[in-house]
Design a protein around this ligand. Structure first.
Ligand code: ZN
Length: 155
């Protein structure tokens, strides 16, 4: 199991990747007797959590993220993994490409077009695939920070 010391992190300033245990204590600038953990390369205090995470989608179009894909729901429907990446970057990219739910879905992320696919006579799986293919066109681009879209990214 992951604990604080082997948490994978990336420096916000110099992009150095290391673990929480590699970070070096340094006396805090304004509070005496307190030390803060800094990047071993540049001394910056800010970092991203880059624990490997996945994003998956349910038949309803709901997108969820976490370290492992959940099992099938009680009715037998399974989630489809659509992307992977470091936690902080995956969350940021998903916020940018997904639809933000309104009303009852407030605060949730949805795959555009999937919730209403049935209403317009489209197969939700086709709509999902088009969305993932569209997102995958930017795989490997710098602004994606290693987040990769695809339905074969699991494992
Ligand atoms: Zn750094």
């Amino acid at each position: 199991m992951a604990n604080r010391s082997n948490l994978a992190v990336q420096c916000c300033r110099c992009r150095n990747k290391h673990t929480e245990a590699d970070r070096e204590p340094r006396p805090h600038r304004s509070i005496s007797c307190v030390s803060e953990l800094v990047c071993p390369r540049c001394g910056c205090t800010s970092y991203y959590d880059i624990t490997p995470w996945y994003a998956w989608c349910w038949a309803s179009g709901l997108i969820e993220m976490g370290p492992t894909k959940p099992g099938d729901s009680p009715d037998g429907a399974g989630a489809i993994v659509i992307a992977r990446g470091g936690k902080a970057h995956l969350e940021a990219v998903m916020q940018a490409v997904a639809r933000h739910g309104q009303g009852a879905s407030e605060g949730k992320l949805l795959v555009p077009g999937v919730p209403e696919a049935d209403l317009i006579g489209r197969d939700p799986v086709d709509v999902l695939r088009e969305f993932v293919d569209w997102c995958a066109q930017s795989n490997g681009r710098r602004h994606r920070h290693g987040v990769v879209f695809g339905t074969q990214v699991e494992g």
